[in-house]
Ligand binder design. Structure first.
Ligand code: B4P
Length: 190
């Protein structure tokens, strides 16, 4: 299986690039952000709790993310591979991912890290706020998401770097230019 984790700070284009990658390489797709937003859209008690955490720019609890993820991953036996978008987001989740993939008799092939400077990220998300009105795209919330990223998420790249599985990619440019860089990495893995 070709199992890839797409990694990067908030607004780095993980969701944007994921759509193109899964189509080209025929991968199953797991976006924890989309799964959490779907839970909110259902309006359940769980969804309400998730919304308050996301609106504050914090990370949702590992327990909850894993609960949602496990349901989905069970159905992926026999897939060509899996693209993880926005997961793992801390070291605990990185260990959990190792365990989940081991249950499928597989492992993570590569972590691709989109590298984008903070000023550009802020601009992209403020633009998205205008276009889509996502409730976690307010300036104060975005700043907290950056803080969470630096303290909890960035260490995940070191974890995979030590395993020689971390591939940084310049995430500045047109969507197509970045996609070509990502494809260059994936094609080099085969
Ligand atoms: P996510 O849904 O993962 O979203 P994101 O990090 O904000 O954005 P992404 O990198 O996907 O950017 P996008 O392509 O949309 O997370 C949201 C929240 O969910 C988190 O804050 C957290 O609370 C929670 N969460 C998710 N997973 C979790 C987990 N595992 N554990 C705990 N909590 C979790 O791009 C951003 C914008 O830039 C878009 O408007 C896009 O059009 C634009 N853009 C993309 N590429 C561009 C380019 N090349 N040039 C210019 N603009 C570009």
């Amino acid at each position: 299986m070709l199992n890839i984790a797409l990694f990067g700070p908030p607004g780095s284009g993980k969701g944007t690039q994921s759509k193109k990658i899964i189509e080209k390489y025929n991968l199953a797709y797991i976006s924890t952000g989309d799964m959490l937003r779907a839970e909110i859209a259902e309006g359940s008690d769980l969804g309400k709790r998730v919304k308050s955490v996301m609106d504050a720019g914090e990370l949702v609890s590992d327990e909850l993310v894993v609960q949602i993820l496990e349901k989905k991953i069970k159905n992926l036996v026999g897939a060509n591979g899996i693209l993880f978008d926005g997961f793992p987001r801390n070291l605990v989740q990185a260990y959990i991912l190792t365990g989940l993939l081991a249950k499928l008799n597989t492992e993570l092939t590569a972590m691709i890290s989109l590298e984008v400077p903070e000023e550009e990220l802020m601009q992209r998300m403020l633009k998205r706020a205008e276009l889509e009105g996502r409730s976690d795209d307010k300036p104060e919330t975005i700043k907290n998401r950056f803080r969470q990223y630096e303290s909890k998420t960035r260490p995940v790249s070191g974890f995979y770097r030590e395993m020689n599985k971390c591939y940084p990619v310049n995430g500045v440019g047109t969507v197509e230019e970045i996609f070509q860089r990502v494809c260059g990495v994936i094609d080099g893995l085969k």
